[in-house]
Design a protein around this ligand. Structure first.
Ligand code: AMP
Ligand code: DBH
Length: 552
């Protein structure tokens, strides 16, 4: 097969691509093929539900067709990149499949992203359009999108989903519900080409955009659906922000659709909202980050909740699930726990539903495919002795070989022979299961939401009262890790306060989860003895010098 791909995409080497096809891992299907096939098989089955919508596969397919034609009418064409920033609503599925149908590439943004994230993402992805909602959680996303458009000249089209209460869409935007276009047939996408761009959590500088192909992602989705035993009776509840790789694909909404099941959208992941949604939609499976799983367990243990007995499987991942929490979840929620350790770059590990309790409670599982290669190495790249902690590297049929158009990041994150350096510190047990021990870099994992220390330091350094700043991850009983900013004050008599720092960073247009949780004003940073540039050593020294290292 002649491969002509999106420029800036690093394809798998031809020999490996051939092998994955021969083995039947890559089937040559596209996302649009899957929707069309499921619709043909069972048009009246329920595809997507939320509080206000209830669409069968036939409904969804028809809406996707109309929207694809309407978007094409606006000049959005195959290969174009389109920022999508939508909450957990049925239209999310419509929008992304409409883009798939016309061959345009969604760039998956999170509702929490603000100007400081969206502008660099739009530039790096060379996006030509943005699709967003009008309001979500009292925030005006249309206005935010207009700010992004003002800063990114190539992004000319702003498409806004109207609020459900009928509030008029601002005249500077195109109303999604009024999109119209003459019926047309779209050429089929090349399954080996990029279908969308995902985001990597906690990156600095130019955003790391993750190009995923139909072939590789559908393999991941299909294999996940098999492992999680999805079928047409599955109702997957999207409780986490659905644009994230975990609820999208592990097994997520795409797994549910692949299996011919139903996607149910929860407006937010709080027990109050999500338990009501489980009862209303008969959800059978969902995925959560550990802090939310703890909230759910606490709420269920307190009793008097809606009936959540339809829920059979709970996936927990995104950050390390403490063993004690893992042991509590099954009894509290009446589910089988499945731990999942994944990354938008590819590799996803699961505990299996029939694993011994010890494996489910105390490991993050093993790669989903026998064709995933994993290596645990030291800083020099040499394998560590079995059973000792080391750095995880991986390659395989659904792990990317490079970020989109980002040679500098590729140089750091991929070896010359195509292994992805995950940055995760893990222990590979003799039984093949992985235990995640931490990270090599300075990324804070705040209950699944990642914060780059360097990125936050840049924002703090812009604060007039801050002379220097170092971000350190400190242990936290609720989130696992929290963000502590050690700062030197410009004027020691007027040290910056936590409130002023948070307000300042927020006003720079940064996602709320990245605001520092603690600010510690110090007189000086410790000597590290390894030269002035080692901020990593400084972080370690600060953590040791403070009492945070022993907290919780
Ligand atoms: P992202 O780059 O946002 O896709 O985040 C992927 C990273 O999240 C992984 O490399 C891990 O650092 C972390 N992660 C995901 N799942 C788990 C888990 N179950 N346990 C510990 N860390 C996890
Ligand atoms: O944290 C993640 O990125 C993640 C966690 C679980 C992920 O991408 C996934 C499963 O697919």
């Amino acid at each position: 097969m002649l491969d002509t791909h999106l420029p800036g995409f690093t394809p798998w080497p031809a020999a490996e691509a051939r092998k994955y096809r021969e083995l039947g891992l890559w089937t040559g299907e596209t996302f649009d093929d899957v929707l069309r096939a499921r619709t043909a098989e069972n048009p009246t089955a329920l595809a997507v539900v939320d509080q206000a919508r209830r669409w069968t596969y036939a409904d969804l397919d028809a809406r996707v067709d109309e929207s694809a034609c309407g978007l094409a009418e606006l000049g959005i064409a195959a290969g174009d990149r389109v920022l999508v920033q939508l909450p957990n609503i049925a239209e999310f599925v419509e929008v992304i499949f409409a883009l798939f149908r016309l061959g345009a590439l969604p760039v998956f943004c999170l509702p929490a992203h603000r100007r400081a994230e969206l502008v660099p993402i739009a530039r790096a992805g060379r996006a030509v359009a943005m699709i967003t909602c009008h309001h979500h959680q009292l925030f005006d996303h249309a206005a935010l999108a207009a700010e992004v458009r003002a800063e990114v000249p190539a992004l000319t089209r702003l498409i806004v989903l109207p609020d459900r209460d009928g509030t008029a869409v601002p005249e500077y935007a195109i109303n999604f519900s009024e999109l119209r276009g003459a019926p047309r047939n779209f050429p089929r996408a090349d399954p080996s080409d990029v279908a969308f761009l995902q985001l990597s959590g906690g990156s600095t500088g130019i955003p790391k955009l993750i190009p995923r192909t139909h072939d590789d992602y559908l393999f991941s989705v299909r294999r996940s659906a098999e492992l999680c035993e999805l079928d047409t009776s599955t109702v997957y509840l999207a409780a986490l922000p659905v644009a994230h790789n975990f609820p999208m694909s592990s097994p997520g909404i795409l797994g549910a659709l692949w299996a011919g099941g139903t996607v149910a959208m929860a407006a937010d992941p709080t027990p109050a909202t999500a338990f009501a949604a489980i009862e209303a939609f008969g959800a059978t499976i969902t995925g959560l980050v550990p802090p939310l799983a703890r909230l759910w367990a606490e709420r269920a243990e307190a009793g008097g909740t809606p009936d959540i007995s339809s829920l059979r499987v709970l996936l927990v991942g995104g950050a390390r699930c403490p063993d004690e929490l893992a042991a509590r979840l099954g009894p509290a929620l009446g589910v089988t726990l499945q731990q999942v350790f994944g990354m938008a770059e590819g590799l996803v590990c699961y505990t299996r539903l029939d694993d011994p309790a010890e494996v489910i409670m105390s490991t993050q599982g093993r790669p989903m495919s026998e064709h995933d290669l994993v290596a645990v190495v030291d800083e020099e790249g040499e394998p560590v002795p079995p059973g000792t902690d080391g750095l995880l590297r991986t390659k395989g049929p659904y792990t990317i070989r490079g970020y989109y158009d980002n040679p500098a990041a590729n140089e750091r994150s991929f070896t010359a022979d195509g292994w992805y350096r995950t940055g995760d510190v893990v222990c590979l047990r003799p039984d093949g299961n992985l235990v995640v021990k931490g990270r090599q870099d300075d990324r804070v994992n705040r209950g699944g939401e990642k914060v780059s220390a360097e990125e936050l330091e840049e924002h703090l350094l812009a604060h007039p009262a801050v002379r220097d700043a170092i971000i350190v991850s400190v242990p936290d009983s609720h989130l696992g890790e929290r963000t502590c900013a050690f700062v030197l004050a410009t004027d020691p008599a007027l040290p910056p306060t936590l409130l002023s720092v948070r307000k300042f960073v927020r006003e720079r247009g940064v996602a709320a989860w990245k605001l520092p949780d603690l600010v510690e004003v110090v007189d000086s940073f410790p000597e590290t003895g390894v030269g002035k540039t080692s901020r990593r050593a400084l972080r370690a020294a600060l953590l040791t010098a403070s009492n945070h290292g022993n907290a919780s």
